[in-house]
Design a protein. Structure first.
Length: 492
C-alpha cells in the first residue's frame, strides 16, 4: 500500500479547540496514562459513542473563508492574540487573524468545543500559548516542521477509527512528533505509550521491534484507547486527562473532588500539576499548529509527508540488504520503519511487512530475488552439543547469554537442550540499533548532558552540513513548567 499525501494544516481548526473551555475535554502526557497502567480500570459508564463526521471536509457545511486585500497580517513584533481577545471577538463571516469563523466553530463541534469559556481555561490556555510562542519558540518550530511528515497518515487512521481528526495534534505535546521519543516514565513513540498500555491495545513490543514507534500502528492504538476513555467519561477533556494520568486516577479525582468537569479539577489537589497543564497545553499547541503565522511563526520549513510502498517478506532480511535492493540508504529504511530495533527484520514471525521508498517496490522485489535466501540475513545457526550451557555458548560465540535467549525467544537457560539449533547474531550487531533511552529528535545531536551554566549543545540543521551552537540558559531545564515539575519538553 502506498501512502503519499500533501500536507495541509487547515484552519479546520483547532483554533476553536482553544475554547475548549466549556465542555469537559481532558488531558494526559508524558509520565502518563501509562503511569496508571497498574491502577484499577473502572467500568465504562457511558457505553455509547457518537461517530465523528468531519465537518470541515464538507464544503457545503463550512462557511467559506475570505480575507480582505487590505487586511494586514500581524507583524512579528506584535504579541500573539490572547485567548481573551479571541473569546471576545464576534462570530465573523470574514476570517480575521484574531477571530474565529463559523467554519472554525463547526470543525470543533465533534470535541464539544464552543466559543464559551471561563477564566480558568482562558488563563491556562493563554499561558501555554505564550510558552510555545516565546520561551521555547525555536523548539516548537521544529515540532511543527516535523509534524507535516506524519499528519496525513495519522489523520487517515483517525478517520478509519471514526475519531475526531483534531486529535492528530496530540503528539505535539507528547513527543514533538518524534517516533523515537523516550520519557522518564519509559513511555515511547509519538503517542508516548508505556509497555503495558501499548500491549493492551495490540502493539507488539519485544526484542525485535517496538510498534509504539510506528506512526501508523501507534496512532491506531491511541485512537482505540482515547475512544475507550471517551466512552468512560463522556467528555473529551476528561478523556485526554485520563490519557495522561490514567483512567483510574481521573475517575477517583472526579469522585473525591466533586468536580463537574476537567476545569473544575484544576482547583483541586486530586491531580498532578502535569495533568492540570495537559489539556490547555494541547489546546494551545493545536491553535498554533493550525495558524502558526498568527503567533509569530514565519517561514517554517515543513517536512515532506511520509510516502512509502509496503512489501511482505517471507523470511528475515538485513536492513542494509533491504536498503541496497530498494536503491536507498539504511537511514531511509530506518526512518520508514522506526519500530525495527535490530540489524534485520524479526525472525520470530512467518511474515513481516517492511516499508520501502514510494515507487521502489518492483525494483526491490526484482533485486531481492537475485540474492540467495541464505545471504539475505547475517546469522549463524548453532547446534547445541551435549553438556553445553548457554553461558558456555555465550563465551564461545562472544554473544551475551541474555541476547542468545532473547533472540531465540527463550525464557530461561534451562530451556536450551542438546541438539537444539540456536540463531546466533553476528558479533557487534545484536545491540539495539536505536537506543530506546535516548530521546534524540531528528535534526538534533546532543553532545553531553550538563546542568552547568554556559553548557552548550550542537544542533544539526536540516540544511546539509550546517550546524549551530546554542548556549544553554541558566536554569533552562527540560520541563515546560520547572516550578511545578510538570511534563518534560520533548527535545528539539
Amino acid at each position: 500500500m502506498r501512502h503519499s499525501k500533501v500536507f495541509a494544516f487547515g484552519v479546520f481548526a483547532f483554533l476553536g479547540v482553544v475554547l475548549s473551555v466549556c465542555n469537559p475535554v481532558s488531558a494526559s502526557v508524558v509520565d502518563k496514562q501509562h503511569a496508571a497502567a497498574n491502577e484499577e480500570h473502572p467500568t465504562p459508564a457511558k457505553p455509547e459513542y457518537n461517530a465523528y463526521s468531519p465537518v470541515v471536509d464538507n464544503a457545503q457545511q463550512a462557511e467559506p473563508v475570505t480575507t480582505s486585500a487590505e487586511q494586514k497580517k500581524p507583524e512579528l513584533s506584535q504579541s500573539p492574540p490572547t485567548v481573551e481577545q479571541k473569546l471576545q471577538a464576534p462570530n465573523p463571516t470574514v476570517q480575521d487573524p484574531r477571530q474565529f469563523s463559523l467554519k472554525d466553530n463547526n470543525s470543533m463541534s465533534p470535541l464539544g468545543i464552543t466559543y464559551q469559556s471561563n477564566a480558568t481555561a482562558t488563563k491556562a490556555i493563554d499561558k501555554n500559548i505564550s510558552l510555545f510562542a516565546n520561551r521555547i519558540k525555536e523548539r516548537f518550530s521544529i515540532w511543527l516542521e516535523r509534524s507535516s511528515k506524519y499528519i496525513d497518515i495519522m489523520k487517515d487512521v483517525l478517520k478509519e477509527k471514526e475519531m475526531p481528526e483534531e486529535l492528530v495534534f496530540l503528539p505535539i505535546v507528547e513527543s514533538g512528533f518524534n517516533p523515537n521519543a523516550y520519557s522518564r516514565a519509559r513511555a515511547v513513540g509519538p503517542w508516548q505509550f508505556i509497555s503495558a498500555t501499548g500491549k493492551r491495545y495490540g502493539l507488539v513490543i519485544d526484542w525485535w521491534r517496538d510498534e509504539r514507534k510506528d506512526p501508523v500502528k501507534s496512532t491506531g492504538a491511541a485512537a482505540s484507547y482515547l475512544k475507550d476513555l471517551y466512552q468512560m467519561f463522556g467528555s473529551w477533556k476528561l478523556a485526554l486527562a485520563a490519557y495522561n494520568a490514567g483512567e483510574g486516577r481521573i475517575s477517583k479525582a472526579m469522585k473525591r473532588s466533586g468536580a463537574e468537569d476537567y476545569w473544575g479539577l484544576l482547583h483541586t489537589k486530586q491531580i498532578r500539576a502535569e495533568t492540570k497543564e495537559y489539556v490547555p497545553r494541547y489546546i494551545a499547541a493545536t491553535m498554533i499548529a493550525n495558524t502558526p503565522e498568527n503567533y509569530g511563526f514565519q517561514n517554517l520549513e515543513y517536512h515532506k509527508p511520509l510516502a512509502y510502498d509496503e512489501v511482505a517478506l517471507e523470511s528475515p532480511v538485513d536492513i542494509d540488504v533491504i536498503a541496497k535492493c530498494a536503491g536507498t540508504t539504511v537511514a531511509v529504511i530506518r526512518e520508514l520503519n522506526p519500530e525495527l530495533r535490530r540489524w534485520c527484520t524479526p525472525i520470530n514471525v512467518s511474515q513481516y511487512t517492511v516499508k520501502v521508498p514510494a515507487g521502489s517496490r518492483e525494483a526491490f522485489l526484482s533485486n531481492l530475488a537475485r540474492i540467495p535466501e541464505t545471504e539475505r540475513v547475517s546469522m549463524t545457526a548453532y547446534t547445541v552439543k551435549k553438556g553445553e550451557t548457554v553461558k558456555g555458548i555465550a563465551k564461545k560465540t562472544g554473544v551475551p547469554s541474555n541476547v542468545i535467549l532473547a533472540m531465540n525467544s527463550l525464557g530461561s537457560a534451562s530451556q536450551v537442550k542438546a541438539g537444539q539449533v540456536l540463531n546466533i547474531p553476528p558479533h557487534g550487531k545484536y545491540v539495539a540499533d536505536l537506543d530506546d533511552r535516548v530521546s534524540a529528535k531528528k535534526g538534533t545531536k546532543k553532545i553531553a548532558k550538563s546542568k552547568k551554566r554556559g553548557a552548550q549543545k550542537v544542533v544539526k540543521s536540516k540544511r546539509a552540513g550546517s550546524q549551530k551552537t546554542v548556549k544553554a540558559k541558566k536554569g533552562d531545564r527540560k520541563s515546560l513548567i520547572v516550578k511545578d515539575k510538570t511534563k518534560n519538553i520533548p527535545d528539539a
